[in-house]
Ligand binder design. Structure first.
Ligand code: HEC
Length: 297
C-alpha cells in the first residue's frame, strides 16, 4: 500500500512530463506547397496564376493604360516600375540621397569593395550578387545588411530598414537596372536558405493562423484593403520601393507589414527567416529585370 502511494504520484508526474514534452512540439500547419522545382524561374508563374503573360514585357506596360482593378493585379503592379512610370516620386529622391551618402562613405573606395564591387564597379550587385553567403559574417546576407555592415566599418550607423540604408540600396540597385535577377539556389548555402524560405512562406502563424502563402498563393486576384493580391513570382526585382503612402520601404519592412496584416507578430528586420524568404522570392524572380526606383500603392 505504501509502495502504491509512492508509485501513483511518480506515475502521475511521468504522465505529466510526457504530456509536457508533447506540448513542447509546436503546433504548426502549412498551406499546400506547389512544385517550385530546384532552380525556379519567373516564367514558372505560367503554371501558377498565368498572369506572367501580362507583365513579362514591361515595354508594353504604361500606367496610363492600366485602368481597371483587374489590370492592376494581372500586371503584377509592374506598370509602377521604372522606366515606364515617368512621374518623379519619393524613390527618385531616395536615389539622390543614396548617391550622396555613397559618395561620402566611399571616398577611399573601401565601401564599394566591402559591398563586393570589383574595381569600384557596382554593376550587377543587385541583380546577381545578393542574397549570398558571407564568410566573414558566417551567414546568408542581403544587400541592405551589407550596407549596414560596411558602413559600420567606416564608423557610420545605417540600420537595415532605415531611410538612408534603403536610399543607398536603391542607388546601388540602379546599376543593375534592366539586368535579370540571377541567383543560383540549386546548391550550397543558398539552396538550404531557399528550402527554409519556401517552408517559412507556407507556414501558418499568428492569431489568424495565416502564412504568406495563405494570401499570395491562395488568393491572387482577390482584394484586401483595396489592394489586389498578385502572384509571388517576380516580386523581388524592384526593391527597395517607394510606397505612395510616403514611405521608402525595404523588402524586409514590407514583410513586417504583411506579417501584421496577417495577424502575426513581425520579426526583426534582417532576421534569418526573413533572409530565407528573400532568397526564396529572389529565386522566383530569376530572369526578371531589376527596376528601380519603383513605386507601389
Ligand atoms: C493578409 C494577407 C497577406 C499576408 C498573410 C501576406 N501578405 Fe504580402 N501582401 C498582401 C497584399 C494585399 C499585398 C499588396 C498586393 C500585392 O502586391 O500582392 C502584399 C504585398 C507583398 C509584397 C510586395 C509585392 C510588390 O509588388 O511590391 C511582398 C514582397 C509580400 N507581400 C511578401 C509577403 C510575405 C513574405 C509574407 C509572409 C511573411 C506576406 N507577404 C504575407 C497581403 C498579404
Amino acid at each position: 500500500m505504501r509502495q502504491l502511494t509512492l508509485i501513483a504520484p511518480a506515475a502521475a508526474i511521468a504522465v505529466l512530463l510526457a504530456g509536457n514534452v508533447m506540448a513542447e512540439v509546436p503546433y504548426r500547419q502549412t498551406t499546400p506547397i506547389i512544385d517550385y522545382g530546384a532552380q525556379p524561374h519567373v516564367s514558372d508563374d505560367r503554371k501558377h496564376t498565368g498572369t506572367y503573360e501580362h507583365w513579362k514585357d514591361r515595354a508594353k506596360l504604361n500606367r496610363d493604360r492600366v485602368n481597371s482593378a483587374t489590370e492592376q493585379w494581372t500586371t503584377n503592379w509592374k506598370f509602377m516600375d521604372e522606366p515606364y512610370n515617368d512621374t518623379l516620386h519619393g524613390g527618385h529622391e531616395a536615389e539622390d540621397r543614396g548617391r550622396q551618402l555613397f559618395t561620402q562613405l566611399n571616398q577611399n573606395g573601401s565601401f564599394a569593395a566591402c559591398l563586393g564591387a570589383k574595381e569600384g564597379d557596382l554593376t550587377g550587385l543587385r541583380a546577381n550578387h545578393y542574397p549570398q553567403f558571407n564568410r566573414e559574417l558566417g551567414k546568408v546576407v542581403n544587400l541592405e545588411m551589407m550596407i549596414e555592415h560596411c558602413a559600420s566599418k567606416q564608423g557610420s550607423t545605417l540600420m537595415h530598414g532605415s531611410y538612408d540604408n534603403s536610399a543607398i540600396s536603391v542607388y546601388v540597385a540602379t546599376y543593375s537596372n534592366g539586368m535579370p535577377i540571377n541567383i543560383d539556389v540549386s546548391q550550397g548555402e543558398l539552396k538550404a536558405a531557399f528550402e527554409r524560405g519556401k517552408e517559412r512562406f507556407h507556414l501558418r502563424t499568428g492569431r489568424l493562423n495565416m502564412g504568406c502563402a495563405s494570401c499570395h498563393v491562395s488568393l491572387p486576384g482577390q482584394f484586401l484593403r483595396g489592394q489586389g493580391l498578385t502572384t509571388h513570382y517576380g516580386d523581388a526585382a524592384h526593391w527597395p520601393t517607394y510606397r505612395t503612402k510616403n514611405e521608402m520601404q525595404s523588402l524586409h519592412v514590407r514583410f513586417t507589414e504583411c506579417n501584421r496584416n496577417g495577424g502575426t507578430q513581425p520579426l526583426q528586420i534582417g532576421a534569418k527567416p526573413y533572409v530565407d524568404i528573400e532568397v526564396f522570392l529572389n529565386a522566383l524572380s530569376n530572369g526578371y529585370p531589376v527596376a528601380v526606383p519603383s513605386a507601389r500603392d
